[in-house]
Design a protein around this ligand. Structure first.
Ligand code: HEM
Length: 118
């Protein structure tokens, strides 16, 4: 698979990831919500594809052998975006704060890939 293919796959999965996280944040604490199940499945699927395409990109860039520090940091952001569903479920009163932090985390991940600062 080509570099361009992995780029589009990575970005498409990121769009799905933030769509699903926005939905899960908006529905935090709601008792009955039809969209929650779809958003939860989409969240898992998007995380998987972001990761696979991310490593595909690293391989195409010849960085798979020695993964650079910015990519490790992106893995940390990826993990945070995976685990954020736990406080959304158990502490829905934090949902507005977590919702506000989502674009900050996404922007940080984009910045790391685009500038590769370290
Ligand atoms: C959910 C968290 C993530 C977000 C929001 C994110 C976001 C982005 C964005 C916006 C780009 C630029 C796309 C482009 O213009 O080509 C990008 C590229 C990239 N990402 Fe991610 N990413 C995430 C996770 C990861 C992970 C886990 C890895 C792998 C460890 C990874 C590795 C890369 C690589 C290698 C590039 C290509 C850089 C280049 O083309 O020079 N990303 N990411």
């Amino acid at each position: 698979m080509s570099y361009q293919f992995y780029r589009i796959l990575h970005v498409a999965a990121i769009i799905l990831l933030f769509t699903s996280l926005g939905t899960l944040a908006a529905l935090a604490g709601a008792r009955e919500a039809r969209l929650r199940r779809i958003a939860a499945v989409a969240h898992g699927l998007a995380l998987t594809v972001v990761l696979v395409a991310g490593f595909g990109l690293l391989a195409r860039l010849g960085m798979f052998g020695a993964i650079p520090n910015w990519a490790w940091l992106k893995l940390g952001i990826w993990l945070a975006l995976a685990l954020v569903v736990l406080p959304l479920k158990r502490a829905p009163q934090w949902a507005p704060w977590l919702w506000a932090l989502l674009p900050v985390a996404g922007t940080a991940a984009a910045w790391l890939a685009i500038t590769k600062p370290f």
